[in-house]
Design a protein around this ligand. Structure first.
Ligand code: ADP
Ligand code: MG
Length: 597
């Protein structure tokens, strides 16, 4: 029998490596931008078409490559950054395994043009699926220009595996932002389908953070700094009152490399303990600098976790540094201690007054009976008429008060309804006491209302008279666009007034007096939180989010409580909120007896 073992052809070996290194268009962007930085570029342009599916182009003004280097750069384990194993521990460059280009070239069509300062002519190389197609001189400017076309063209299973353009582009943004946040002395531009998404000039860190995440962030940044022999801590943390629900604005970097670090994360969160509004997570941009040999160098190219020699010490120092910074801010909040403010940023500190949310109930409306849905038949003008009959008090006069008892006399008769603390409805029924969490009840009611509208594609738009301009960050703008089809079904409409800035033109007719910018912000945050949760579909996310916005700061009196309870019993699942929290609590007589034993 002949020998069986064969060496894999390079192209196959590279494709296998690509499976690890290049998972999606964003990985290509990361690798190529990092190469540009390693090549000492001061300007990097990223040009994306169709979320990277069609083309990813990275242009830099760095060192460029000689003809031989350009050709060699596509070989596996070809790198100019690592000579022997000792180098591994003293590395300051981003990439070092020499795998990225070989991998990329094995799963795409690559066009490279590159020229060094000293060369008169540059070199052009075209490769498709690891096969060299062209290698010839070309006239081009100093630096390197990579274009990656039709990623995974020869690996259909991977191409099919890619998510929607919106999702893939957000992955690209994430990589781009991480790199931009650590290389403030480099100017970056990002285009998507010829539209400029980012134009980040060289700047100080604070300015860079603000350029990436929006000028609203500026007012909430507190600088931190602590230098010791073991570690240098720098960066910014968010003021507690600016904390958000999402984790999107939380960045750790070590030696200018993005990392995740659950242990240090705890040090930060502990420092914020007891000063954060409930259910919020603060923003932070924390930069650690340590001796390269004191960390377990990130051998795996896609891994973002790193081990530190002095983990305990860094934990403590981080904790103390943040606590001090927060203390400083708490004692004298009006004075800005930040040293790094040698630039002017107009800050939008418009105090949005949060109007108490009020749900516009049409008493004859029932989500289960489309013929009685008069709310949706209201004309445009009706919405701007002061409609007195909408007041809670009027809802329960005469014929309205009759309805609940008629309909539900078997379920309950809340004649002696008591409202406790503005949020609990209590009534007794034969031998039990029923306590209803009214906010939760309203949450359930409105959730089903919006869910029903989404399922039945029932548009019930209400125009908005005074529109707020809502400036969004690039990624949040993309999320709103992703949700647009669903939102428009229930009556939302937006207008783009300028790049990443929208005006809400209409909202669902069922909501009234709601802080719309806040509602949009919550929608986006909830989408980010639940997006990865396959159990929850987008309709659920939207219905929950809007329903939640309608109950914020809600206070109940007897009449609104009665109405809410009546509506609650018409819902499909009156006992629990969409998040699984209890709404109704029954206490048997003997349970109450037991309280007094
Ligand atoms: P690594 O970055 O790990 O060395 P890569 O496959 O990403 O491996 O790149 C291989 C080599 O190609 C690099 O070491 C570098 O010498 C060269 N190279 C890649 N991109 C550029 C660029 N934009 N400018 C100059 N040289 C580059
Ligand atoms: Mg590299």
């Amino acid at each position: 029998m002949s020998d069986l073992i064969k060496l894999l052809p390079d192209s196959v070996a590279n494709q296998i490596a690509a499976g690890e290194v290049i998972q999606r268009p964003a990985s290509v962007v990361k690798e190529l931008v990092e190469n540009a930085i390693d090549a000492k570029a001061s300007e990097v342009i990223v040009n994306i078409v169709d979320a990277g599916r069609t083309s990813i182009q990275i242009i830099d003004n760095g060192t460029g490559m000689s003809e031989t280097d350009a050709r060699l750069s596509f070989e596996r384990h070809s790198t100019s950054k690592l000579r022997n194993i000792d180098d591994l521990f003293a590395l300051n460059t981003m990439g070092f395994r020499g795998e990225a280009l070989a991998s990329i070239a094995s799963v795409s069509q690559v066009e490279l043009k590159t020229k060094r300062e000293e060369d008169e002519l540059g070199i052009e190389i075209r490769i498709a699926g690891s096969n060299i197609e062209i290698q010839e001189p070309v006239s081009c400017s100093k630096g390197t220009n990579f274009q990656i076309k039709n990623l995974f063209f020869n690996v259909p299973a991977r191409r099919k595996f890619l998510k929607t353009d919106g999702t893939e582009f957000r992955h690209i943004l994430e990589e781009f932002q991480r790199v931009a946040l650590t290389n403030t002395d480099i100017s970056f531009k990002l285009y998507h389908n010829k539209t400029e998404v980012f134009n980040l000039p060289k700047s100080v860190l604070r300015q860079r953070i603000v350029n990436v995440f929006g000028k609203n962030l500026n007012a909430s940044l507190i600088s931190i700094e602590n230098v010791t022999d073991i570690v240098e801590i720098k960066g910014f943390i968010g003021k507690p009152d600016s904390a958000r629900k999402n984790r999107g604005r939380q960045y750790f970097f070590v030696n200018n490399r993005y990392m995740r670090h659950p242990y240090f994360y705890r040090a930060v969160m502990d420092a914020y303990k007891n000063i954060l509004p409930p259910e919020t997570i603060p923003s932070f941009f924390i930069y650690l600098y340590v001796k390269p040999e004191s960390i377990d160098i990130n051998i795996h190219p896609t891994k973002t976790e790193i081990k530190f020699e002095e983990e305990k010490f860094i934990y403590q120092l981080l904790h103390v540094t943040i606590k001090q910074a927060l203390g400083r801010f708490n004692i004298m909040p009006s004075i800005d201690f930040d040293v790094n403010t040698d630039f002017e940023i107009p800050v939008a500190t418009k105090d949005t007054i949060i109007a108490p949310p009020k749900v516009n109930y049409d008493p004859s409306y029932s989500p289960f009976n489309s013929s009685s849905n008069s709310a949706s038949k209201k004309s445009y003008d009706d919405f701007f008429k002061k409609d007195d009959t909408k007041d809670w008090e009027k809802l329960f006069t005469e014929e309205n008060t009759e309805k609940p008892t008629e309909l539900f006399n078997e379920e309950f008769i809340p004649t002696d309804l008591i409202v406790f603390a503005g949020k609990y409805g209590m009534f007794s029924n034969s031998d039990k006491l029923t306590i209803i969490n009214l906010k939760s009840a309203l949450y359930r009611i409105n959730f089903e209302l919006f869910k029903g509208s989404l399922l039945n594609s029932k548009s019930n738009a209400q125009k908005i008279m005074f529109q707020d301009e809502i400036e969004l960050t690039v990624d949040n703008y993309l999320i709103i666009n992703e949700m647009y089809d669903h939102l428009s079904v229930i009556g939302f409409d937006f207008k783009e007034v300028k790049a990443n800035t929208i005006e809400v033109i209409s909202v669902p007719g069922e909501i009234e007096n709601i802080d719309i910018p806040k509602l949009i912000e919550n929608l986006i945050e909830d989408y980010k939180l639940f997006e990865g949760d396959i159990k929850d579909n987008i309709d659920n996310i939207i219905a929950k989010s809007i329903a939640k916005s309608t109950i914020r700061n809600k206070q109940f009196d007897v009449n609104s409580a009665r109405y809410t309870i009546t509506e609650l019993y018409k819902t499909k699942e009156p006992s629990y909120t969409p998040d699984g929290k209890l709404i109704i609590k029954n206490m048997e007589k003997n349970q109450i007896d037991n309280l007094f034993l």
